[in-house]
Write a protein of this length. Structure first.
Lengths: 188, 185
């Protein structure tokens, strides 16, 4: 049993080593593919909260491994397609109370600066436009994997709802939406 | 003055009576308003939270009132009241108190059974846990139906109760209403 565990660990380490990449080595232009996931969580008082996803999105990454600060990231989400487990919650999120998709059909993020944070991580600063308001936002990206022409990033970020006039439900629900994204990007 | 006597209500009973009345009226109005603003989801959400908060206040006050009816002396009816009116009055008071407990309990069941699982954050002060009910849209619908029926029934009985009080005050002039305004009534 112990031998099997050792072999398994060695295998995992070897696989990790093969996949381990640094941002310096992945220069190029990439498109975010639909197999990615963009999820968010809004905590509620007493525990639990709302877990949602944006299934429809598009985006590109222009990575400059030599000078990461010159890299650019753009992502557009379609809040009309948001899901949240319960249909009534999704409808509420789409309504004028939150995303107001009738008047604001897109949420966009455009980077203004990318700052390296280690060999495989970066901080992406930019402008997030939602519900007609554009404010600065920061996301933290980690390169998890490179496979052929594909990259896999984990991107997290916390966005305050109230500045976007989406503060409905505070303090029952947290003012913050925590984003968790797994972005699969294909070189184009 | 604070406690009831055989002939008068004390300030505690009087305050509880009017506090429950005010809390129920506010809760009912807020509940009605939630349906009137169905096309304004943000306003509707906020009204629901106020409705729930006042509903829990009704429940708390009704429980205190229920305790008071057990612990306190019940004043005798005013002199000269016919036997059938005594019986009707007693039944009305008992039914109203039962409904003032049942309506918020049914509302609590709605919040507890709803798959939306929206916390009951009463006056943004305390989180009241959900009742141990299975969460399903069907259970929520049944509880909502019961909540609405009980609320409208209570509303009708309150109207009857208030109407009877007015008749006693204006037509019969027998001091029934005055007793619920002041211990000296």
């Amino acid at each position: 049993m112990r031998v099997r565990e050792l072999i398994l660990c060695a295998g995992l380490l070897a696989a990790g080593g093969a996949d381990a990449e640094t941002l310096s080595e992945v220069s190029g232009r990439y498109a975010i593919v639909p197999a990615s996931t963009i999820a968010f969580h809004v905590a509620q008082v007493g525990g639990g909260g709302i877990d949602g996803r944006f299934p429809d999105f598009a985006g590109t990454l222009e990575l400059d491994g030599g000078d990461l600060a010159r890299s650019r990231v753009t992502i557009t989400l379609e809040p009309a397609t948001v899901t949240a487990g319960e249909q009534r919650i999704a409808d509420f999120l789409r309504s004028s109370a939150v995303f107001d998709v009738a008047n604001h059909p897109a949420i966009t993020f455009t980077s203004t600066r990318v700052v390296r944070r280690g060999s495989d991580a970066a901080e992406i600063l930019g402008s997030l436009t939602a519900r007609g308001r554009t404010l600065s936002a920061t996301f933290h990206a980690t390169l998890l994997e490179r496979r052929g022409r594909e990259l896999l990033f984990r991107v997290v970020g916390r966005i305050a709802r109230d500045p976007y006039d989406m503060g409905i439900g505070v303090p029952i629900y947290s003012n913050f939406a925590d984003f968790e994204m797994l972005l699969r990007c294909e070189r184009i | 003055m604070w406690r009831n006597t055989r002939t008068s209500y004390g300030w505690i009973a009087i305050a509880l009576h009017w506090a429950v009345a005010a809390a129920f009226a506010t809760t009912f109005a807020l509940g009605w308003a939630t349906q009137a603003v169905a096309d304004e989801p943000a306003t509707q959400f906020n009204l629901y939270q106020w409705h729930k908060s006042f509903g829990f206040l009704v429940l708390a006050l009704a429980l205190v009132r229920f305790g008071a009816t057990i612990l306190e002396v019940r004043p005798d009816p005013v002199l000269g009241l016919p036997a059938w009116q005594r019986r009707a009055s007693g039944a009305m008071h008992a039914l109203l108190l039962a409904l003032l407990l049942a309506v918020p309990l049914a509302g609590w069941a709605v919040a507890s059974a709803s798959p939306l699982a929206i916390p009951s954050y009463v006056f943004e002060l305390v989180v009241v846990p959900h009742l141990p009910l299975p969460k399903s849209a069907a259970m929520e619908a049944v509880a909502s139906w019961a909540h609405a029926i009980l609320a409208w029934t209570t509303c009708a009985l309150v109207a009857g109760h208030a109407g009877a009080a007015v008749v006693h005050a204006v037509a019969l002039r027998d001091g029934t209403l005055r007793r619920m305004l002041s211990p000296r009534g």
